[in-house]
Design a binder for this molecule. Structure first.
Ligand SMILES: Cc1cc2nc3c(=O)[nH]c(=O)nc-3n(C[C@H](O)[C@H](O)[C@H](O)COP(=O)(O)OP(=O)(O)OC[C@H]3O[C@@H](n4cnc5c(N)ncnc54)[C@H](O)[C@@H]3O)c2cc1C
Length: 471
């Protein structure tokens, strides 16, 4: 039997437990407060005491900037531009000319405060949502006649009719290749370093390089990545996206060819290639769900690094800065597979195999940072009982958990498990493009809409678009 407690008395508060107080957990809570027309007790449980920041925004330094323009960020899919409205109202950021505002890339850590303040507002305005915060690790989730039971320890637990897993990358993403780039080091450690290596060449690598230079490290940074590529740049100005053009491609090869044709078309029309990639990103979940399992595997094996480089872009000025560091020999890119990083006394030993070679090379560095990114949390651990009941399962390719577009967990029978959701990066295997803020916020809205339907409690009046700050 699927876990669904009949609503019974519809005035009784709906118990909702959100596991994870990062961006995704907060986006979900905001979406619920604004869309559910029934009293709710929302418990937000976070192992790391996060209040809306999580890995991406809670641990960012002042020089780590967003990779989406401020205008594109919102905590609610029905309120476009809301982050800029918040900056203007709460942070007294004076409104520059509209064209300038569209280009801004703000510091990432502002996002944690933004999410926290918007959640408080949403709960206050709804008059129906009461929030409870638990700084705890959920160790097990079981089912009783009263609903889901989330266990923190042997004697403490909360019960809920709805569980939203928003655990992103798990309670403590553990670095495999050296140091955690977001964990502060002892004072003077960076300045004293004579050699630094970074494993991984995505956006976290960019963060780590910025941190190193800001802390006064002037030496060479050796960056290892399998393909030796760095993230591409956003177009200088915000550009209109192409209309959808690739939704019906039958397989990966045709998709690839069509994208190339459209990039060429864009070039002929003097439009930036980013417009084409943005259009593919917009349709990525639809395209991904239609691909065969074999094509999905091929994508992960051969195309993923290229897609990541084109899709996870940096502001133009950041890309220019990276290129100048590379040109001056301050950043050395190595296309290689890192085999091992091990602590060797006070420094670190790295062994790697250059791309296309069978030779293993070794070197020592004073500091090595693991910027390979985090894998989404998977079943097992705290989710083992849910898996045993057949209510949740691993996502395609073993990435995260299997979900529908609205985050509903897919059970062993292939259908959604009522009242059980996994949002954000946890759905990466099923949806591919679900790790960035705009996709997460769109999914949170779908999730709230499904809950309103399944539990028969939609809000009668949605004043979302009339919000004065949305204009
Ligand atoms: C470094 C970095 C920079 C990024 N920059 C951008 C950007 O500029 N623009 C953009 O659109 N996207 C960006 N992203 C992507 C995106 O916004 C993140 O993926 C998103 O923030 C994911 O949030 P989350 O809440 O799902 O996960 P997390 O941030 O990982 O939060 C999950 C929370 O769950 C808690 N938790 C986990 N397990 C348990 C448990 N068992 N019990 C209790 N609590 C638990 C953890 O303590 C954690 O606080 C970035 C991502 C990273 C990693």
């Amino acid at each position: 039997m699927k876990p669904f407690r009949p609503p019974g008395n519809e005035d009784a508060p709906l118990g909702i437990a959100i596991v994870g107080g990062g961006f995704t957990g907060y986006a979900a809570a905001i979406a619920l407060a604004r869309r559910i027309g029934r009293p709710m007790e929302i418990a937000i449980i976070d192992a790391g005491s996060s209040r809306g920041g999580g890995v991406a925004y809670g641990r960012a330094g002042p020089s780590h900037i967003l990779n989406v323009r401020a205008w594109e960020l919102t905590c609610d899919a029905d309120r476009p531009g809301d982050f800029v409205a918040w900056l203007r109202d709460e942070r007294s950021v004076s409104p520059p000319a509209a064209t300038v505002l569209k280009q801004l890339f703000m510091p990432r850590r502002q996002v944690a405060d933004y999410m926290a303040s918007r959640l408080v507002e949403a709960a206050r305005d709804s008059h129906l949502a009461r929030l409870w915060f638990y700084d705890e690790t959920v160790r097990r989730i079981t089912w009783s006649s009263r609903g889901y039971v989330l266990h923190f320890g042997p004697f403490s637990s909360v019960e809920a009719q709805i569980v939203i897993l928003a655990t992103g990358y798990g309670p403590r993403p553990r670095p495999r290749f050296g140091l955690d780039p977001f964990r502060p080091l002892k004072p003077g450690r960076i300045e004293r370093a004579r050699s630094v290596a970074i494993v991984g060449a995505g956006l976290t690598m960019v963060d780590a390089c910025v941190t190193l230079r800001r802390a006064g490290y002037e030496g060479m940074i050796t960056v290892f990545s399998r393909h030796g590529m760095i993230p591409e740049a956003h177009a200088g100005d915000a550009v209109p996206d192409f209309p959808s053009f690739a939704r019906e491609e039958p397989d990966l090869l045709s998709l690839f060819r069509t994208i190339r044709q459209f990039v060429e078309l864009a070039r002929k029309q003097s439009l930036p290639w980013q417009s084409v990639i943005n259009a593919v990103r917009r349709d990525a979940q639809h395209i991904w769900q239609r691909l065969s399992e074999a094509d999905k595997r091929r994508f992960h094996r051969h195309v993923r690094p290229l897609w990541d480089k084109l899709r996870h872009r940096v502001p133009l000025q950041v890309r220019n800065w990276l290129e100048s560091e590379i040109d001056e020999g301050l950043i050395a890119l190595k296309a290689a597979r890192v085999l091992e990083v091990s602590k060797a006394g006070s420094d670190w030993g790295v062994s790697w195999r250059p791309r296309g070679s069978s030779q293993t090379l070794n070197a020592r560095f004073d500091l090595v940072f693991d910027c390979t990114g985090h894998a989404p949390w998977r079943p097992g651990g705290a989710l083992r009982e849910l898996e045993k009941y057949g209510w949740i399962g691993p996502g395609p390719g073993g990435l995260g958990v299997k979900v529908a577009a609205d985050g509903a967990a897919t059970g062993a029978d292939g259908g959604p498990t009522k009242g059980l959701f996994a949002l954000g990066p946890m759905g990466q295997g099923s949806l591919l493009e679900i790790t960035a803020a705009p996709e997460i916020v769109a999914q949170a809205r779908l999730c709230a809409q499904r809950i309103a339907r399944d539990f028969n409690c939609p809000k009668r009046t949605l004043d979302l678009c009339e919000h004065p700050r949305a204009s």
